[in-house]
Design a protein around this ligand. Sequence first.
Ligand SMILES: C[S@@+](CC[C@H](N)C(=O)[O-])C[C@H]1O[C@@H](n2cnc3c(N)ncnc32)[C@H](O)[C@@H]1O
Length: 397
Amino acid sequence: MEAKIEKLDNLGRGITYINNKICFVNNALPNEIVEIKLEQEHKKYIEATLVEIKEESPFRIIEECPYSNICGGCQLNHLCYNEENRYKRNKIKSLLYKYANIEEDKVDHIKYEDRNYYRNKITLHGKDGKLGLYGKKSKDIIPIQECILVNNKINETIKWLSMNNINITEAIIKTSNDESELMVSIKGEVSRVDELKRKCNVLIINGEYLSKDKRIETTISNNKYEESINSFFQVNKTLTESLYDEVKNTIKDNNINTALDLYCGTGTITIYISDYCNKIIGIDNNPSNIKDANINKQLNNKENIEFICDNVENKIDKFKEIDLIVIDPPRSGLDKKTREYLRIIKPKIIIYVSCDPLTLSRDLNELKTDYNIIKVKPFNMFPRTYHCESIVVLERK
Ligand SMILES: C[S@@+](CC[C@H](N)C(=O)[O-])C[C@H]1O[C@@H](n2cnc3c(N)ncnc32)[C@H](O)[C@@H]1O
């Protein structure tokens, strides 16, 4: 059946309508005339696959990745980078307008850098001698020799592991942002362990450390950060500095006595902005993050920082007289209690770092009763995927 694609949905799929019912077509672009095959009809929507492109979008590009459309990692390999960036900015604009009535002119230009080889981390899965990434629609393993998203050092390691794979079920590979340090954690069996040990700064096999070091170190601006295998660290090796600079530049001229950094990970933002606050408290519920955060506090000689390991929602009601709150929650956004207490604590400034514009819109819709939305700055932290990050600056009314 022939169809015209109208636009992209929030997951990067083409949208068309069949008898007034919405139909999602993977890998199709706006204004393309395509031949589709209906796969599944649900109560409210239809899923179809792309059979042939009859009229192609001028923004369609040749997919460089050999695993495009089989691997589940990227959704926008076929869209040129300018359009990808435009799509993400528009997605943020329209979600914020639709669910929080935030005017589109509040949304600034999108900040982006390299489209390829930007990630400092990958998790590979293995089964029956195959080592790779999960497929688009299933947990079938697509064996890979390299990934266009990750840096060179990780790609070299992927190749090495696939040649020496005996029975790896999971491999996490991380590097420092400058690629000088490598950390590998393997579950299962691998050959030539001594050779792998020489390549790695940190090597963990089935939970056992074979290296003296347990952490790798990355420098962002003037700050040094250590991270362990189970700690959170921003994956974009170049754009993270711009993201943190945006937070720093927003707050640096304010007279901040006490600040909170909620969902602080390994304390990266906490440390980045600590010189502009008399005191700052970071909270995260992952013990590995907080252990690293305390190491990072020492490493950067910071004395005005306290880290707490707990759920934000367990601690948020303990604070008052806070001037600034930075929040960087997971994709689920803020829970009800945290939203409620932000409005009770009423800091002068809230900086909301979000990796999901949908939950961001829900949360801003509540916060905007007491706060003016000053600025929304999108960042393309995850090129080739539909994911997008943004920083929102809120000032108390
Ligand atoms: C997007 S990361 C933010 C990390 C940090 N701001 C950075 O730039 O590296 C979200 C963090 O929230 C933490 N987290 C998730 N749910 C939480 C909760 N309910 N309470 C506290 N921390 C939580 C995770 O451990 C993770 O480190």
